[in-house]
Design a protein around this ligand. Structure first.
Ligand code: ADE
Length: 257
């Protein structure tokens, strides 16, 4: 899969993404990253790509033409169809795992990063297919957000993670959070790993992970649980876990006193 990032700060994007797992995926050729400096398309010798706002307002706005020329440089419009273009913006729909999965199906995604007060709406209307936000807060530019999108989408591409189970079982993939996980030693600070984890019974382990994933979702992100249909049996299990935890908390506070 190929990502092309249109930005005024290409080093910010390539510096981040060339490290670690995504960096290795690029070395292997599974992911391709191209960064395009919009300033290279300024059309003036000062590299100026922004101007003051019509109608008043503080700050500067990125102009249409440099953005348009940078985008047009990415493909031959006489032979190829326009690549899917995402504009990073706090006004966009908020990225989630399902959106990342949708984006992972494109062969080529162009990500446009705004800076300063943003970009002239006319060029956005012409080239952008969708606006995407990474959360309800405002960043200084779209670059960090573009890195988040590329990281999250890339790890769904075959060959980026060691195996697809690695992401299919994790938080958000099935609409709920991942269950707690454990490694050696079996007992640490008087806390034992749940017995079922050492049982070797894969069906039981799978069910334990599912129900404890649902439990954590109920306690931490009840909004996610509202979108799921749980059976009466599931609710019984969740209430039983809750009662057990309350009991354990009571015991530890008695021990401490
Ligand atoms: N640019 C500025 N803030 C942003 C956000 N929250 N998400 C995506 N792009 C942004």
């Amino acid at each position: 899969m190929k990502f092309s990032v249109l930005t005024l700060f290409p080093n910010q994007v390539s510096g981040f993404l060339h490290e670690s797992i995504i960096g290795r995926a690029m070395e292997k050729g599974v992911i391709e990253l191209q960064t395009i400096n919009i300033r290279d398309f300024a059309g003036n010798r000062y590299g100026k790509v922004d101007d003051t706002l019509f109608g008043g307002g503080t700050g500067m706005l990125m102009q249409c033409e440099p953005v348009y020329q940078a985008f047009s440089s990415l493909y031959d419009a006489t032979k190829e169809s326009k690549p899917h273009c995402v504009f990073m913006s706090p006004k966009g729909s908020v990225l989630d795992q399902a959106k990342a999965k949708d984006l992972s199906k494109y062969e080529h995604v162009v990500i446009l990063c705004g800076h300063y007060e943003g970009i002239d709406q006319r060029v956005l209307d012409e080239i952008v297919d969708e606006d995407l936000s990474i959360g309800d807060y405002v960043l200084t530019g779209g670059e960090v957000a573009a890195c988040v999108v590329i990281d999250c989408v890339s790890r769904m591409i075959d060959g980026v993670l060691p195996n697809s189970e690695a992401y299919e079982e994790e938080s958000h993939m099935n609409g709920y959070l991942e269950a707690p996980q454990y490694t050696k030693p079996n007992v640490w600070h008087d806390q034992a790993v749940p017995e079922v984890m050492l049982s070797g019974n894969h069906a039981k382990i799978k069910e334990w992970k599912r129900i404890h994933g649902l439990y954590d979702t109920w306690k931490r992100r009840p909004d996610l649980l509202q979108k799921m249909e749980l059976s009466a049996e599931d609710w019984q299990s969740l209430l039983a876990i809750d009662a057990e935890k309350h009991e354990m908390n009571k015991e530890t506070s008695i021990d401490e006193n």
